[in-house]
Design a protein around this ligand. Structure first.
Ligand SMILES: NC(=O)c1ccc[n+]([C@@H]2O[C@H](COP(=O)([O-])OP(=O)(O)OC[C@H]3O[C@@H](n4cnc5c(N)ncnc54)[C@H](OP(=O)(O)O)[C@@H]3O)[C@@H](O)[C@H]2O)c1
Length: 413
């Protein structure tokens, strides 16, 4: 196998090191990187250029590894590689979530493969397991922590009592968060990965932008403390279920309790828990990112291609998946309201919840973390249709003269 690597950054360098150490039969014929001149120490004897044709126009290269990230250039490279009769390995979930539908069809038409184990949950071998072992199984539920950056932030907020902003800054210094963290903290990275997972699971394409998403930016240290008081932890979860012939999914921060395996997934680790109709519950846990964990998944895709057992990732011609409205599903909720500390406030809120048939499991008040004249009210509701909760929340938000701020989290079961 002769490969050409586009992008000699974190993952690209990891891959070069792994291939050198394994001393196997994968030859790195060339590297294309816009700043290849700065990377001579890693490149050593490997021919390199900023010119894509070094790889694309070399007929002896049978496999292109795309590790540049971004969308437009990566799309050009992947399409051209397929056009030139080369297989592709990529870790680029953003590219696949946006252009995968067309790219996978194009690859199949060309008789070539796109392998992307590293694009979802780094080192965790989830893609190939879904494509092979679980191909004929109906997955009825999937919940996962598939963004390491947000899990790291939430873990440090809890363990070190730090604010969201302070942890984010520390994570950026350690290279665990991007300079522009929007994709991660806004939940969009998890949204892209969930779209890819559910496309594979159902065989129909899921448009990432159609998956409802909430990130972690509104969370405060108080929510982390409140979660702890009730033996819960906050996780950013990618959540899917198949119910009454509908496919429901969303990305949301949620409370998980001690019985849930996601409770113990800390720092930048990832985990994916899913339920098969016949095979029961499965848990995959491991490194969701990092130089070697991610590069190893790329390497493993190369070996898979080399063995001749690669396959097309999802059934062609099945079209797009219709998504159920998540508001039609049920959940219990945590609701924290910062309100004016005056008589009748709690009664007004309880009235709204009652009017929407939302039953209260517990109510707590705390003055300690707020300014004089204000109070935090924390309400846990019993499970009810989300649409009823959202309607009640809208009515509570309308009490602008007494409700200053609110945040809600579903409770994951
Ligand atoms: N890092 C992880 O842990 C991880 C985990 C899972 C998936 N991924 C995915 O893996 C891919 C690579 O990530 P990474 O962390 O290795 O990124 P990175 O460190 O930023 O490396 C990207 C490399 O590609 C070069 N490059 C970028 N755009 C280019 C272009 N248009 N033409 C030529 N060269 C270009 C960059 O050059 P400069 O040095 O000049 O910027 C850099 O050397 C991304 O799709 C990412 O989402 C990464």
């Amino acid at each position: 196998m002769k490969i050409g690597i586009f992008g000699l950054g974190t993952v690209g360098q990891g891959l070069v090191e792994i291939i050198r150490q394994k001393e196997g039969d994968i030859a790195i014929a060339a590297v294309v990187d816009r700043s290849f001149a700065r990377k001579q120490q890693v490149l050593k004897e490997i021919p390199a250029s900023a010119d894509r044709n070094l790889i694309l126009k070399d007929p002896s290269i049978d496999t292109v590894v795309e590790l540049m990230g971004g969308i437009d250039d990566a799309l050009y490279v992947v399409r051209s590689a397929l056009e030139h009769g080369k297989n592709v390995v990529t870790a680029n979930k953003a590219l696949l979530a946006e252009h995968g539908y067309a790219l996978f069809q194009f690859a199949e038409a060309q008789g070539k493969f796109i392998c992307f184990e590293a694009a979802v949950a780094g080192a965790i071998p989830i893609i190939r397991n879904i494509e092979t072992i679980f191909r004929n199984e109906r997955i009825t539920r999937l919940m996962g922590i598939i963004n390491g950056t947000t899990n790291y932030i939430l873990t440090r907020m809890r363990k070190d009592g730090m604010s969201y902003g302070d942890v984010l800054e520390a994570a950026q210094k350690q290279g665990l968060a991007e300079a522009d963290p929007t994709l991660d903290v806004g939940g969009y990275d998890a949204q892209q990965k969930l779209a890819l997972l559910i496309s594979l699971i159902t065989g129909k394409w899921v448009e990432a932008k159609n998956i409802p998403v909430r990130g972690i930016t509104e969370l405060s240290s108080q929510d982390v403390v409140w979660a702890e008081r009730f033996h819960n932890r906050i996780r950013l979860v990618a959540d899917y279920c198949f119910q009454n012939d509908n496919h429901y999914m969303h990305v949301t921060p949620a409370l998980v309790n001690e019985q849930n395996v996601l409770y113990d997934i800390e720092y930048e680790n990832n985990a994916i828990l899913f339920q098969g109709e016949y095979s029961g519950e499965h848990l995959f846990m491991g490194k969701g990112a990092g130089k070697f964990p991610t590069a190893f998944s790329v390497y493993s895709d190369l070996k898979h291609l080399q063995s001749g057992s690669a396959r097309w990732s999802y059934q062609q011609g099945q079209g797009y998946l219709a998504l159920g409205d998540i508001a039609d599903t049920s959940s219990a909720f945590y609701l924290r309201l910062r309100v004016k500390d005056q008589p009748g406030v709690l009664a007004a809120i309880a009235q709204i919840l009652g009017n929407n048939a939302l039953s209260i499991a517990s109510v707590h008040q705390d003055h300690s973390a707020v300014a004089a004249g204000e109070v935090d009210i924390v309400i846990h509701t019993h499970a009810a249709k989300r649409s009823r909760f959202y309607k009640g929340l809208g009515e509570i938000q309308a009490l602008k003269n007494i409700v200053l701020h609110q945040i809600y989290l579903p409770v994951l079961t």
